[in-house]
Design a protein around this ligand. Sequence first.
Ligand code: FE2
Ligand code: FE2
Ligand code: FE2
Length: 185
Amino acid sequence: MVNNLRITTQENLMSAFSGESQAHMRYLYFADIADKEGFPNVARLFRAVAYSEQIHAHNHFKKLGHLDDGFVDVAHAPFGPGNTSRNLKHAIMGEEYEIEEMYPTYLEIAKMQGEKQAEMSFKWAFESEKEHAKLFKRAKEAVDKGKDAEFGPIYVCEICGYTIEGKAPDRCPICGAPIEKFKKF
Ligand code: FE2
Ligand code: FE2
Ligand code: FE2
């Protein structure tokens, strides 16, 4: 297992844990608002993605088992909850930050530092966030027209957090887990 992680990657894991944890809580809050506003499918999407972020947070946290201390207070995300349209805008901003800046940087550093386990954890999250951004964009288009989004079942891989709408794949395209490992929302 990972021990004595190189310092930058270690801090990046802590920061990513913080960001994923906050995203989890933020999306559960947004789900309640979407329900109240009459967008049950958008609420379901928020709950599915909240579960995916929980998996990312746990995967990152597990890699820090060698620590007996360490505090970090970093999580780059928009604040200011509002109605579902605004919440979706913030969700998209958060996902895009992870896709465009955070995970590509953390991945490069983990590679450079030879931290294979951390690299895998970042990669799994990175690939999931791309799907989250797409789904949130679809939801926002509908909500901005005053309609609920049209979503079939949403599946989340319990191993890597990969999120897909419609039908679960036989094997997770990101981590290779079998179809039984997908949780349905
Ligand atoms: Fe995530
Ligand atoms: Fe995400
Ligand atoms: Fe997976």
